[in-house]
Write a protein that binds this ligand. Sequence first.
Ligand code: HEC
Ligand code: HEC
Ligand code: HEC
Length: 129
Amino acid sequence: MKKTLLIGLVVAALVCAFALPNLSAATKAPADMVLKAPEGMKAKKSPVAFPHGKHEEMLKDCKVCHHTFDGTGEVKGCAAAGCHDQPGKKDKMAFYKAFHGKDKKTCVGCHKAEKKGPKSCKQCHPKKK
Ligand code: HEC
Ligand code: HEC
Ligand code: HEC
C-alpha cells in the first residue's frame, strides 16, 4: 500500500515537472521586463521597466492588457503585425497609443484612473534616450 502511494507520488511529480512548463511556455512572461520600441522605429525615450509579474498578480485577468488574447494559444506582443505597429503618435494603431492615453488598457490610462503607479514621463522613461 505504502509503496503504491509512493510510486503514485513520484509519477505525479514527474508528470507535473514535464507537463507544466510545456503547457505554460507560450503564455509565460518574465516577472520583470524592459519594454522598448521595436527595431526600425526611432525611439525618442528610454526603455521602460515593467514589473509584469506584479501586474499579473494584481490584475489577475490577462485580457485587461492582452485584449486580443482568447485565453489559449500564444500571447502576442503589442507591436505584432497588424497591431500597434505604426510609428508616430497620430495613427489609431500607433505603437505609442498602446501605452499612453485615456484607455484603461494602457499603462498611463490605468495608472491615472486608479490613481496608482507611475504617471509622469520621467518615472517611466528615466533617461533622455
Ligand atoms: C498590465 C498589463 C498586462 C497584464 C495584466 C498581463 N500582461 Fe503580459 N505583457 C504585457 C506587456 C506590456 C507585454 C510586453 C509586450 C511587448 O513586448 O510588446 C507583455 C508580454 C507578455 C508575454 C510575452 C509576449 C511576447 O512575445 O512579447 C507573455 C507570454 C505574456 N505577456 C503573458 C501574460 C499572461 C499569461 C498574463 C495573465 C496571467 C499577462 N501576460 C498579463 C502586459 C500585461
Ligand atoms: C489595468 C491597470 C494597469 C495597467 C494597464 C498597467 N498598470 Fe502599472 N500599475 C497598476 C497599479 C494599480 C499599480 C500600483 C501598484 C501598487 O502601488 O502597489 C501599478 C504600478 C506600476 C509600477 C510601480 C511598481 C512598483 O513596484 O511600485 C510600474 C513601474 C508600472 N505599474 C508600470 C506599468 C507599465 C509600464 C504598464 C504598461 C505596459 C502598466 N504599468 C500598465 C495598474 C496598471
Ligand atoms: C506608465 C509608464 C509610462 C509613462 C508615464 C509614460 N510612458 Fe511613454 N512609453 C511607455 C512604454 C511602456 C512605452 C513602450 C516602450 C518604449 O518604447 O520605451 C512607451 C513609449 C513611448 C514612446 C514611443 C517610443 C519612443 O521612445 O519614441 C514615446 C514617444 C513616449 N513613450 C513618450 C512619453 C512621454 C512624452 C510621456 C510623458 C507625457 C510618457 N511617454 C509617459 C510607458 C510610459
